[in-house]
Write a protein that binds this ligand. Structure first.
Ligand SMILES: CCCCCCCCCCCCCC(=O)SCCNC(=O)CCNC(=O)[C@H](O)C(C)(C)COP(=O)(O)OP(=O)(O)OC[C@H]1O[C@@H](n2cnc3c(N)ncnc32)[C@H](O)[C@@H]1OP(=O)(O)O
Length: 161
């Protein structure tokens, strides 16, 4: 895959197979959302168009779906940020940093309409070599509907043990 293809596909296309099963962003999880996150300048962006089954109230998106989008958008953003900090961009051979969610906070500012493209835009607020704080805004038709703050942490070698 070349650099242009990498930019079209997002960081999740590069997660190794054993890390590609996340319900939100794992490309190998057939039932999942397949979120894809990439740089747009100094911001990170993930887009997704919810369908009718992602409903909370007729016409509006379920908050849990919004939280999922901001969650995977943020862990993907953290991986991209650590990778760039190490001097790499998608398309290079160096292994990607693996990040999991330590903390996820969402503020729901306005009802989010169903059936339109949602755009999550993230900024890296704080970072060291094993922790990244990502602040994001979620827009629908140009309206700011939610804000998220995620602390993403490098996945420990002994994760889950
Ligand atoms: C190759 C690429 C592939 C990547 C794929 C990845 C998976 C893909 C799937 C996508 C996944 C999608 C997403 C998912 O669904 S990920 C699934 C949901 N998340 C989890 O299951 C994580 C469970 N938790 C843990 O394993 C541990 O608690 C972790 C690893 C998170 C931290 O463990 P530990 O506590 O031992 O870490 P540390 O002591 O070294 O601290 C490090 C830094 O972190 C700061 N801190 C810690 N906790 C919190 C907190 N709650 N709030 C704020 N900050 C916190 C801490 O102060 C320190 O900061 P600093 O002192 O450095 O400033």
């Amino acid at each position: 895959m070349n650099r242009d293809q990498a930019e079209a596909r997002g960081v999740q296309a590069y997660y190794p197979k054993d890390m590609a099963w996340c319900y939100g962003c794992g490309r190998l999880n057939e039932a999942g959302h397949h979120f894809q996150t990439n740089w747009e300048g100094e911001e990170t962006v993930t887009t997704y168009t919810p369908c009718s089954e992602h409903m909370a109230i007729p016409g509006f998106v379920y908050g849990g779906l919004i939280a999922s989008l901001l969650d995977c958008h943020s862990t993907g953003s953290a991986s991209l940020a650590l990778y760039r900090d190490q001097g790499h961009e998608l398309g290079s051979d160096a292994p990607l940093p693996r990040c999991v969610t330590a903390s996820l906070k969402v503020d729901y500012l306005k009802p989010t309409p169903l059936g339109v493209k949602l755009i999550a835009r993230g900024k890296i607020r704080d970072m060291n070599n094993k922790k990244v704080v990502v602040e994001s805004e979620l827009y629908a038709e140009g309206i700011l509907c939610a804000r998220g703050e995620v602390v993403a942490v490098s996945m420990p070698e002994n994760f889950g043990k």
